[in-house]
Design a protein around this ligand. Structure first.
Ligand code: NAD
Ligand code: DAU
Length: 341
């Protein structure tokens, strides 16, 4: 496939920027249009490697606004078939506990605006990037599979569940070519340091306390971000319209073990660990059955945790300027300086 344009939403965020960099490497002939409103989580400094490339266009806009989505589609014109890869979202559970409305606005309304415009434009495909959190919480055993009942527990996961159902409804009602992916926790370069792994690298590097919620025995299934991006690409090229694909690393760890592993890689003392009040409604365990995407689309993670966790820690250490600019808020000036409006 060569004449193809990807309209990527939320491409200045953690996973979206990794996805764009990966596509630019693997499919340099594909055009990429990145529609992002640059919330606190959007950082164009993640994308300096593609900036200036003739096949990359940034559109500063909000998925909740039809006119912004229209502008993004105009930028796609003349680039062959258009497929949408939808990452844009409010993504942090703790923020959703403080205030749910931005989550409903972007994740629910924004997704519907994007679906309506995408249908009107006759897009080739629409991959909706969702999360395992829509399934709720597991006990000590068992795995989430695609048929597990949806039972979200936070305003974040409830809004993602609603967006999944809107994509499903567009397919059932209008035959819209929507596909849904549901992935477990990602780690890797360019993650905003409000999430566990970059937060703990950043804090420990400065000998600051590491906040561990509750007893630290909540379990997450960690996947290296590049493996997630490969899986999304596989769903985009080979997935079946209307289907849901779970994506996971088969790599479960309690939070406290992750914290201790990172401290050990950094050579920092466990005395930095500080147990704090638990997150309200905290999901106890996530674990993914990813056999459908493996058996039907031939995807499997390529990075082991033993390999990619130290790689990730080293990446943050080597990118101390990036990290400092994020932590100080300076990264937010980049758009103004580069694009001047
Ligand atoms: P992120 O918070 O790092 O990035 C979100 C991006 O969306 C930012 O660039 C932000 O500016 C943009 N955005 C937010 N609201 C917007 C709006 N109204 N219009 C346009 N752009 C907007 O998120 P992430 O961690 O990269 O997650 C990306 C997607 O993957 C999300 O949909 C999330 O639910 C899903 N997901 C994340 C993980 C994970 O571990 N991070 C795991 C599974 C699924
Ligand atoms: O499972 C996929 C989800 O993973 C994505 O849909 C979300 O967008 C993404 O943010 C992530 O959600 P989590 O809530 O699991 O990620 P977070 O990094 O916030 O927290 C991971 C675990 O670590 C969780 O059990 C809460 C705990 N934690 C987190 C922070 C920030 C702590 O103990 N201390 C902390 O300071």
């Amino acid at each position: 496939m060569s004449e193809r344009t990807l309209l990527v939403t939320g491409g200045a965020g953690f996973i979206g920027s990794n996805f764009i960099l990966q596509i630019a490497e693997q499919h340099p002939d594909w055009r990429i249009v990145n529609l992002d409103s640059l919330t606190y989580a959007g950082n164009l400094e993640n994308l300096t490697q593609v900036e200036g490339s003739p096949n990359y266009t940034f559109v500063h806009g909000d998925i909740c606004k039809e006119e912004d989505v229209e502008r993004a589609f105009e930028s796609c014109a003349g680039g062959g078939d258009v497929a949408v890869v939808h990452f844009a979202a409010e993504s942090h559970v703790d923020r959703s506990i403080l205030s749910g409305m931005p989550f409903v606005e972007t994740n629910v309304k924004g997704t519907q605006v994007l679906l309506d415009s995408s249908r009107a434009k006759g897009v080739e495909r629409f991959v909706h990037v969702s999360t395992d959190e829509v399934y709720g919480s597991l006990g000590a055993t068992g795995l989430f599979h695609e048929g597990t009942p949806l039972a979200p527990n936070s305003p974040y996961s409830a809004s993602k569940t609603a967006s999944d159902l809107l994509v499903r409804a567009a397919h059932k009602t209008h035959g819209f070519p929507g596909l849904i992916t549901r992935c477990s926790n990602n780690y890797g370069p360019y993650q905003f340091p409000e999430k566990l792994i970059p937060l703990l690298i950043a804090n420990a590097s400065e000998d600051k306390a590491i906040p561990v919620y509750g007893d630290g025995m909540q379990v997450r299934d960690w996947l290296y971000v590049r493996d997630h991006c490969e899986a999304i690409l596989r769903v985009l090229t080979d997935g079946k319209d209307g289907e849901v694909y779970n994506i996971g690393g088969n790599n479960e760890y309690p939070n406290i073990e992750i914290v201790k592993m990172v401290l050990s890689i950094l050579g920092k003392p466990e005395s930095l660990i500080t147990y704090v009040k638990d997150r309200p409604g905290h999901d106890r365990r996530y674990a993914i059955d990813a056999s459908k995407i493996r058996d039907q689309l031939g995807w499997e993670p390529r990075h082991s945790f033993e390999q990619a966790l130290p790689l990730t820690v080293r990446w943050y250490q080597s990118q101390d300027v990036w990290l400092q600019r994020v932590r100080s808020g300076e990264y937010r000036d980049y758009y103004q300086r580069q694009y001047g409006s």
